[in-house]
Design a protein around this ligand. Structure first.
Ligand code: HEC
Length: 439
């Protein structure tokens, strides 16, 4: 009798607590509606990708739009599954948490709201409860993701990616005229547009200050590849977000500089598959004083060979900082066989800190991890970057490569890479080397 009574009390408490749930908190299935409870979560966490022209991460674009109830409703079951499994919104770094400005994720409460809504039959509710539509910067900036650039440099001539092209890595150059850029400036942000839609696998940008003794840039590019053509501005896939640096951080762009647009095109060859392309880079000028100069660099290994049929082959690279350095971004870059990546700092006193752990690397999701606050790594710190590769027949079947091959570093999709890109900054000091952080 006593036991039964307790059970009854528990039931009563449960009922009371769900009745008391405040509007907006979706503790009770019957109470959750799309317009009031679900739409705000989808606006903040999903629509950035799930809309026409949404964000692209290394060629992966959300295949469906969640801009309206009508668009979202058919995906309700799948939404519940994906959020419960923590597969959506996508985020691949297991560590560290809370330090990246672009970190994605839902709280347990938000996941419960979405799941309860789906279990309740995904009701629309009253449209009058809906929040105002989300605003996207691109709508007012001409398609740029971080605002309207102060100036945009488009390649002078369009380029035709021929019908028979499967994989093409090619660099184009533009030397800035006085009309393009009359004076030296500091820039605090930039964004690329590949101008090539889905045939652009990725695009990298570089800038080289004018110098009378420099070899012609075409010659440098032929000998050393695009990475020899100056300071890197990083690489992106079509539609990826632009870069905006923190206050006081900038990149010097000198009048007369030459911009390199390094393009990697990848498509199915065939009659009618050719595409006209014309890449652009937009820059945002920094008018306020700049105290730290930013360099995008990579800690990479280009001298490896992954044996056939291995499942956990590690490729590593290290750099020891020759001066105090602020780290801003990490972008682990590898291809189809890469299954994990990690960046670690080893401080001068031997202490180690995990800077970035991506335990399930997927080359389809090229994420740049952006620190909220620049992180100071003192002189003498060693940064270790590792990639782990799986060249097994199982992975080969899933990702469409040949596990019999022994790929090394190379630009084609069928080659591999193990490049730990890193954006860092040093305090401006005339004696600082132009290449920034490391040696
Ligand atoms: C960073 C971009 C991005 C964000 C943010 C994002 N998604 Fe996605 N989503 C994708 C992409 C890309 C795919 C396609 C996945 C693929 O092709 O592997 C996808 C696929 C899906 C699918 C379809 C899975 C299937 O069954 O095929 C669902 C459902 C989904 N997302 C739900 C969500 C929800 C809910 C949110 C917000 C809580 C969200 N996504 C946030 C990019 C995103």
């Amino acid at each position: 009798m006593r036991i039964r009574f307790r059970a009854l009390v528990a039931v009563v408490v449960l009922v009371v607590s769900s009745v008391c749930a405040a509007p907006g908190y979706a503790g009770n299935e019957a109470d959750v509606t799309y317009y009031r409870d679900v739409l705000p979560i989808i606006q903040d966490n999903c629509q950035g990708c799930h809309r026409p022209e949404g964000l692209n991460l290394g060629g992966v674009v959300a295949p469906m739009s969640f801009m309206s109830y009508q668009e979202t409703r058919p995906w309700a079951r799948s939404i519940a599954r994906k959020v419960e499994a923590h597969e959506m919104p996508p985020w691949y770094a297991s560590e560290p948490k809370g330090v990246f400005s672009n970190e994605r994720g839902l709280t347990d409460g938000e996941i419960a709201t979405l799941v309860n809504w789906v279990n309740a039959g995904a009701p629309a509710g009253d449209e009058a409860d809906a929040p105002p539509p989300a605003q996207f910067v691109e709508e007012t900036s001409g398609g740029w993701s971080v605002g309207t650039p102060d100036f945009v440099f488009q390649l002078d001539e369009p380029y035709f990616v021929d019908d028979d092209i499967y994989d093409l890595n090619i660099s184009f150059f533009k030397t800035l005229t006085e009309a393009d850029l009359p004076d030296d400036v500091w820039v605090r942000g930039w964004e690329f547009k590949t101008g090539a839609g889905s045939v652009a696998h990725h695009m990298c940008g570089f800038y080289r200050a004018p110098s009378p003794d420099d070899k012609p840039i075409e010659e440098v590019a032929a000998e050393e590849g695009a990475a020899g053509t100056g300071q890197s501005l990083g690489c992106i896939a079509e539609g990826a977000e632009g870069t905006m640096l923190p206050d006081g951080f900038g990149v010097p762009l000198e009048a007369g500089s030459t911009i390199t647009y390094n393009m990697h095109y990848h498509k199915e060859p065939g009659e009618g598959s050719g595409v006209w392309t014309q890449p652009e880079i937009g820059f945002f000028v920094e008018e306020r004083p700049v105290t730290h100069r930013v360099v995008t660099d990579s800690i990479g290994n280009t001298a490896f060979e992954i044996p056939p049929d291995v499942t956990n082959y590690r490729v590593g690279a290290s750099r020891t900082l020759d001066q105090d350095t602020y780290v801003l971004t990490y972008w682990p870059h590898a291809h189809l066989r890469a299954k994990a990546s990690r960046y670690t700092a080893v401080y001068p006193d031997g202490q180690e800190e995990l800077l970035l752990d991506v335990p399930h690397y997927d080359q389809g999701w090229q994420e740049t991890y952006k620190l909220k606050e620049p992180k100071l790594l003192p002189q003498g710190t060693r940064i270790d970057v590792s990639f782990w590769f799986d060249n097994s027949p199982e992975r080969a079947a899933r990702y469409d490569f040949r596990s019999e091959d022994s790929p090394g570093h190379g630009p084609r999709t069928d080659d591999e890479m193990a490049l730990g890109f890193i954006g860092w900054a040093v305090e401006i000091d005339d004696s600082a080397p132009a290449t920034g952080g490391g040696n």
